[in-house]
Design a protein around this ligand. Sequence first.
Ligand SMILES: [Mg+2]
Length: 293
Amino acid sequence: MTASTSPAVPDTADTADRQQRIEQIRQAAHRIRRNALDMGEVQGQGYIGQALGVADVLAVVYADQLRFRPEDPHWADRDRFLLSIGHYAIALYAALAEAGIIPVEELETYGSDDSRLPMSAMASYTPGTEISGGSLGHGLGVATGMALGLRLQGNPARVYDLLSDGELDEGSTWEAAMSCAHHGLDNVTAIVDMNALQADGPTTGVLRTEPVTDKWRAFGWHALRVDGNDVAALVDAFDEARAHRGSPSVVICDTRIGHGVPLLAAREKAHFMRVEEHEWQIARDQLQEGLAR
Ligand SMILES: [Mg+2]
């Protein structure tokens, strides 16, 4: 939690502002999930479970934290958001549409020939996409280089890098972590999507990475761990990361695959999901019901 110097009695205006901020982010997360379902239906399959799981995190980033100009994706002072996990492209496009960087109508071209929205995110194709992902374990190294460059230029922009728990198996991730801390890059926020799953199965069975928070701390990072589907907790963590000085920060987010759509959250084969034609509407209905609750 953020260290606070507030008086014991909370300022009512602040509390109301915070509530409004959280509600706006929740609405954004809902639209990101809906966008992801719409895109999933175009292909009938994909990394839909991850997109639903990470939607709250992306909503906090795009609707609350990131400084950018939707009409000018190359604005020099923009905060950079790097998607290290290129196969999460469906989640990124859903967020870019919500952020107004790409038109919502364009989402229906997802994964088709000549579309700007390929199934794995590529910087040369899509506005607002900073790096081409796909080969895993590279995002944090690129983020470190970018952050060092920005600091040398005196540019106050921040660099966010979203990586997966599967990428914690990559030696390159830890080389970058060590380097980023060595240079004291407090303009970096790494975000780990801890959904406990990777292509080869549950992460605990592939390679033991816990205690994850302790590992980042040992590498010199300011490490925070939160429920990645709790918007209020995410807001506090990202605010704290942004305010922290002297070392890079990491927000480790425990997310639930398929969150918001019980039908898909219950899928056993969740890494790359196939969804029947008739199930898409059920999924959208369940998402809508969740918002009403
Ligand atoms: Mg994972």
